[in-house]
Design a protein around this ligand. Structure first.
Ligand SMILES: [Zn+2]
Length: 105
């Protein structure tokens, strides 16, 4: 999972001059158009980077924290979701719906 998230990060920063798809899934059914084209012996599509390396240096620490092994273990155990369920009644008077929070008037 960690490598998948990191792969997505580097995929989004890839450019035609600096493609970085080594962590993207490989094969003819990959979601990564670049690796899919390589697997199918086709011309690789042009890149349309989501963000530049300048922005990436600010995004990377967030990605790194989100892919922390301890955090991912807690997510797999669903303890984070359980804590959210436990804390929701505290905010029930403020947020009427867990999906559509409202602000106090
Ligand atoms: Zn890719």
């Amino acid at each position: 999972m960690k490598l998948g998230v990191m792969g997505g990060f580097f995929h989004m920063m890839s450019t035609d001059n600096a493609p970085n798809h080594r962590l993207c899934p490989k094969g003819p059914t990959s979601w990564c158009k670049y690796n899919r084209a390589l697997a199918n012996n086709q011309t690789t599509p042009p890149h349309n980077p989501t963000f530049t390396p300048d922005i990436g240096k600010y995004v990377f620490p967030v990605i790194k924290r989100l892919t922390d092994t301890k955090l991912l273990r807690r997510c797999v155990k669903m303890t984070t979701k359980t804590r959210m369920r436990v804390s929701m009644p505290r905010f029930g008077s403020v947020a009427q719906s867990p999906n559509l929070p409202t602000f106090p008037q």
